[in-house]
Design a protein around this ligand. Structure first.
Ligand SMILES: NC(=O)c1ccc[n+]([C@@H]2O[C@H](COP(=O)([O-])OP(=O)(O)OC[C@H]3O[C@@H](n4cnc5c(N)ncnc54)[C@H](O)[C@@H]3O)[C@@H](O)[C@H]2O)c1
Ligand SMILES: Nc1nc(=O)c(N)c(NC[C@H](O)[C@H](O)[C@H](O)COP(=O)(O)O)[nH]1
Length: 270
């Protein structure tokens, strides 16, 4: 019996997800990891009420599914917008899969934050650093394209995290500047065989865009029965200029009701 606050993911539900999970050794010949794109969305395709606002969409069952997914991947990636908005933990909190609360770090995903322009100011109160200090999650890697601040490096390295500086051309504007292939190769070079990419909007929309969608192996979306309304952070990837075709379509789809939500799984590759 689980005590209060513990998450449990039933065996039957695990079977449903299996075809979409990373296959051991599958990507050994590849120079990028197995990529699962996963997020929770409203009926109007919103991830949150507004940029910078953390918005609970998943109910308890689908939230547990997300945590189970975390333990099935070597790494978990978010954008700096999400890091700043959510002050996330990025650990797996499902009972019995290892890693949380005294079982060491086995089974915990490596958090990776995409922060090309060094927007994320770490402090002694940053949740993920404290969790790493307490052995309840791994210390993050931060992918950046510019030299990080001395203060941030110190706080990060104290708990075992690091910056990974990618030598891609930078711009002075706050526009994404790092190529997906370079980011995924960088983590693969450090031993990551599988990664789940959780968001937010800029991350998801740029990954789903035509040039990058081939990098995605699986898509697992939680759809919550709610409309967040206009002004939210929306999943709606850009269409190739001049094209009147849809950006992407899922194949091999399966749907599962989890509590009041539905979980949609599929693949993008033919
Ligand atoms: N519902 C969900 O599943 C879910 C998941 C994640 C985040 N969220 C929410 O989404 C919101 C944040 O979304 P957002 O769009 O503002 O931020 P984001 O997390 O997508 O981060 C955006 C930033 O990440 C960097 N970035 C993204 N793609 C990049 C690329 N290809 N190359 C280089 N840098 C890149 C850039 O600095 C960009 O400004 C928050 O409100 C958060 O709570 C919801
Ligand atoms: N599955 C899911 N359902 C949601 O309703 C929601 N808001 C998110 N958001 C995704 C986001 O990437 C992380 O859930 C947060 O950044 C917080 O992560 P923690 O729980 O603190 O580890 N994800």
């Amino acid at each position: 019996m689980a005590s209060r606050g513990e998450l449990i993911y039933p065996e039957d539900d695990r079977v449903f997800l299996k075809p979409y999970l990373p296959v051991p050794d599958r990507s050994q010949d590849s120079n990028v990891p197995f990529v699962t794109l996963t997020f929770a969305t409203s009926l109007d395709s919103a991830l949150s009420l507004a940029p910078g606002v953390q918005t609970a969409l998943s109910g308890p069952q689908s939230k547990t599914m997300t945590h189970y997914l975390r333990c099935k991947h070597d790494a978990i990636m978010i954008g700096v917008g999400t890091a700043i908005a959510d002050d996330p933990s990025l650990n797996c909190r499902v009972q019995g899969v290892g890693g949380y609360g005294g079982e060491g770090l086995t089974g915990q995903p490596q958090p990776v934050v995409v922060d090309p322009h060094g927007r994320w100011q770490l402090t002694s109160k940053t949740k993920i650093l404290n969790l790493a200090r307490e052995g309840r999650g791994k210390a993050p890697w931060i992918l950046t394209s510019q030299t990080p601040s001395v203060e941030n490096v110190k706080l990060l390295e104290q708990v075992g995290g690091c910056y990974i500086v990618l030598n891609t051309p930078t711009s002075t504007s706050e526009k994404p500047t790092m190529a997906w292939l370079d980011m995924l190769r960088a983590v693969k070079d450090r031993g990551v065989e599988s990664i789940m990419i959780e968001g937010g909007g800029v991350i998801i929309n740029s990954l789903l865009a035509a040039d990058n969608a081939d990098l995605i192996d699986s898509v697992i979306v939680t759809i919550a029965p709610t409309w967040l309304g206009q002004g939210g952070v929306v999943v709606s990837p850009p269409r190739t200029e001049g094209s009147s075709l849809p950006v992407a379509r899922l194949r091999q789809t399966k749907w599962q009701q989890l509590g009041e939500d539905v979980v949609l799984c599929g693949v993008l590759k033919a």
